[in-house]
Design a binder for this molecule. Structure first.
Ligand SMILES: [Fe+2]
Ligand SMILES: [Fe+2]
Length: 475
């Protein structure tokens, strides 16, 4: 089961050839997918040989096989983690029952919605990132962009497989619609807000892969607990790939910081405007980018109180992060959870039923996880002997979903007036001017082993290759 059949049109480990109808349906979707990739994959990159990892099995020794692949001939496929014998539903009202191999009729609409919402984010990020191919700061970084993008494409395949196999005609229609929506399109946008924002430059890309791909990690972890076993197995394998996406983000931001600190030390310059003349990204600008991407990303977890979240949990469709490692009753019926609200102009805690607060629970788990990388970025600054520190803004800052939508909160967590917001927002969120400056640094570096001036080379290359390895053959 764990070995992948590469001989068929669609590589897979789900015995696709034994289900002719499904195979034909997916082979019908394939050319539409390739058209979408042609239009929306990294721009201007057809014919490049890119050093990529491809899964040849879903076991630890086989899922990352490296070699140069001529784009767009990457073999996207359908890979599920191995089936766990006698797996049970671990939470909610069906707790203790055998997991479902087919969609239970009563949960069909909700499951479809969960799968479509997850699936929609995958092509969206590829669309958001497509112009970055023109401005990669090195071959190493361009290769990473490709790796992230081909895997987001594969994640779309993962969700489309579930839709085709388990949801009949409306599943096939949803699969088509996933190729029709476009990130940022006025008429037919992607489903979730953050996936309609632009990723205009490489600092934005690194922040996106650090924060927004981490949202992916938490959503996928919650779905990996699902009582619908095919969804759990699909998302479990997706998670192995997601780790690299977050690595690209964390190490990317870290290398930007490292280069800035190096120039600060060499020149003794601290003034951002003067540093910009040296062609590096000043630390306050990095903080403003961080504030933007973090706040937009935590909106993705949804409203702090949600009856849908309660239904998804109680029905056994979507668990919590590390559900099975928790020691409570996994029903949560009488339990409470503290969320924030604004009362008399101040943020105060309020206890609500935990079942309704599960979006907030997942958001808080995400927040804890996000802090680790920020601490490591600060180590780089500290090591350079510079006093500046990056921080995560308060979770109520710049929110557009839930209790805090429309309420002004400072990065340090004070409810503030519109006037105070307006007077300070340019210090808190990346401005047009910041973005124009960062954009001015973006140029295409194609020589093997060369890196743009605003970013340090990585400490080590991909798959332990040297940093001056030929990651891309441009042909
Ligand atoms: Fe993904
Ligand atoms: Fe990802």
């Amino acid at each position: 089961m764990s070995n992948i059949d590469y001989s068929s049109k669609i590589p897979n480990n789900v015995n696709l050839s034994e289900d002719r109808t499904l195979q034909r349906a997916l082979e019908g979707w394939l050319p539409n997918y390739l058209d979408w990739w042609q239009d929306m994959g990294p721009s201007g990159s057809h014919g490049f040989d890119v050093y990529l990892r491809t899964a040849t099995s879903t076991t630890p020794d086989g899922w990352a096989t490296f070699g140069h692949v001529k784009m767009p001939d990457y073999r996207w496929g359908i890979f599920l983690a191995a089936q766990e014998a006698d797996r049970k539903v671990n939470f909610g009202e069906h707790k203790g029952e055998a997991v479902w191999q087919d969609v239970p009729g009563e949960h069909r609409a909700n499951l479809r919605r969960i799968i479509v919402t997850q699936g929609d984010t995958e092509p969206a990020s590829v669309e958001q990132q497509r112009h970055l191919g023109n401005t990669a700061p090195s071959q190493y970084d361009l290769r990473n962009l490709f790796q992230v993008n081909v895997e987001e494409g594969r994640h779309l395949w993962a969700m489309v497989y579930l839709l085709h196999k388990h949801f009949g005609r409306d599943g096939r229609e949803e699969a088509e619609a996933l190729l029709e929506r476009r990130s940022g399109d006025a008429d037919n946008p992607r489903i979730l807000g953050a996936f309609n924002e632009e990723t205009p430059d490489w600092l934005a890309f690194f922040m996106f892969t650090y924060f927004t791909d981490r949202d992916g990690k938490f959503q996928l972890n919650a779905l990996a607990e699902s009582g619908f076993d095919p969804l759990a197995r699909t998302t479990r394998f997706m998670l192995t790939e997601e780790a690299h996406h977050m690595f690209v983000g964390e190490s990317g931001v870290s290398r930007v910081i490292q280069r800035t600190c190096q120039v600060m030390k060499e020149t003794g310059i601290e003034d951002p405007a003067e540093l910009r003349k040296k062609g590096v990204i000043d630390l306050p600008t990095i903080q403003r980018y961080l504030n933007f991407h973090y706040s937009v990303t935590i909106d993705l977890f949804g409203a702090d109180q949600s009856s849908n979240a309660a239904i998804f949990y109680s029905s056994g469709l979507k668990g919590r992060y590390e559900e099975t490692k928790r020691t409570d009753d996994h029903l949560l019926k009488g339990d409470g959870y503290k969320i924030l609200e604004v009362k008399d102009g101040a943020l105060v805690e309020k206890e609500v039923p935990m079942l309704n607060a599960l979006n907030e629970v997942l958001r808080d788990d995400f927040i804890k996880d996000s802090a680790g990388g920020v601490a490591r970025w600060n180590k780089v600054i500290e090591k350079a002997g510079i006093a500046f520190r990056l921080t995560l803004p308060h979770k109520a800052f710049n929110r557009h979903i839930g209790t805090f939508a429309g309420i002004r909160v400072s990065p340090d967590g004070r409810a503030i007036s519109e006037a105070e917001w307006a007077a300070n927002v340019n210090d808190w969120l990346a401005t047009e001017e910041d973005r124009a400056y960062v954009a001015s640094l973006m140029g295409r570096v194609v020589e093997t082993g060369k890196y743009a001036n605003w970013i340090a080379p990585p400490a080590i290359g991909i798959n332990k290759q040297p940093v001056d390895f030929e990651y891309i053959r441009f042909n």
